[in-house]
Design a protein around this ligand. Structure first.
Ligand code: TRP
Length: 333
């Protein structure tokens, strides 16, 4: 059975864009495959961050993911498996400096980092994709569910694996493939020309864990027509509301409102009402489940520590084999 691995940074809140764009897919995959989902706290150190908040953010994300329904045995925190960083070093030595300098995410994020902290850009941000390669290869994962923005990082991972195999003269790592699934593109309701995002401010994302009143209010104030949409085409705001309705799987309301739209009889209030209700219907059981989990935080943390310990054994096996293969000293217990 092939192993699937994906990672999520404990930065920003968990909004509907992330839910529909990634986590919902993670949920589907875990029904049929060996899946590992990692809260990548080492990665979260690559941008300016607050040490007193990092651990709390990681646990918050764990609770959120469990509340959504990610299975605890599939879930772990990256730094609980420190072997990721050990493999990271080895892989650094199989990574092309030239290829790393071409990473577009580094270019984008380094300017954000410089803006935030007096010109400071960490080396960690630069080598971030190599750590990502270690996350994947340490479990010999062959499928990686990611968004298109991670294409270059996956390509790098494949190149690292290939170079490793060439140098040791053995097909040790199977080359991992990205798993692009058809996912709805969720835009900001406050500005439907840009993606829903945690980093652009509260009004540009709808938190999955927000109370129903807030969710409804954000949808009610969604931008619809700005008056500059050519006749006969749907405005980006209205299109986004329809996509949300579809993503929320309310197909009946979707079809009936589309019919209204086609007849020129769509009332935006009706569309917004339907979207608001659909999002609240998704978030309510998740919020309730989170409250239940939070009632016994210790039990949940112990469960994740146990799963991390199990998952770590798999990582340790790979690191041991890799050290043997590349000629590093290996202590045998
Ligand atoms: N770089 C990914 C992102 O920003 C997060 C990530 C870290 C990841 N390690 C990973 C994704 C391993 C897939 C596999 O979204």
């Amino acid at each position: 059975m092939s192993t699937i691995l994906s990672g999520i940074q404990p930065t920003g809140n968990l909004h509907f864009g992330r839910y529909f764009g990634a986590i919902q897919n993670w949920m589907r995959l875990q029904e049929k495959h060996d899946c590992l989902y990692c809260v990548v706290d080492y990665h979260a150190m690559t941008m300016p961050f607050q040490p007193q908040k990092l651990r709390q953010n990681s646990w918050e994300l764990i609770f959120n993911l469990l509340a959504i329904g990610i299975k605890p045995e599939n879930l772990f925190i990256q730094s609980m498996v420190p072997e990721h960083t050990e493999l990271n070093w080895v892989l650094n030595c199989f990574s092309s400096y030239g290829q790393l300098t071409r990473m577009t995410q580094f270019k984008d994020k380094s300017s954000q980092s410089a803006d935030k902290s007096e010109g400071f850009i960490s080396v960690g941000l630069y080598t971030y994709p190599v750590l990502q390669a270690a996350d994947i290869l340490i479990y010999r994962a062959t499928k990686v569910p990611v968004g298109k923005d991670q294409e270059q990082h996956l390509e790098l991972t494949r190149n690292i694996a290939q170079r490793f195999n060439n140098i040791i003269g053995k097909e040790y790592f199977e080359l991992p493939e990205p798993l692009y699934t058809e996912i709805p593109k969720v835009m900001s309701t406050a500005d439907p020309t840009m993606k829903m995002s945690a980093s652009k401010g509260d009004k540009h994302n709808i938190d999955l864990f927000a109370d129903p009143a807030r969710i409804r209010k954000q949808i009610r104030s969604a931008v619809t027509d700005t008056g500059d949409t050519p006749a006969g085409t749907m405005s980006p705001g209205v299109e986004n509301l329809f996509s949300l309705l579809k993503a929320a799987d309310n197909i009946e309301a979707y079809n009936s409102l589309q019919t209204d739209y086609a007849a020129g009889a769509l009332k935006y209030v009706d569309l917004k009402e339907a979207v608001g209700e659909a999002l609240v219907a998704i978030s309510t059981p998740i919020r309730e489940r989170k409250a239940e989990l939070q009632a016994d935080k210790k039990a949940v943390k112990n469960q994740i520590k146990a799963s991390s310990t199990e998952i770590r054994k798999r990582a340790q096996q790979t690191v041991k084999e890799v050290k043997d293969l590349v000629g590093l000293a290996n202590v045998r217990f």
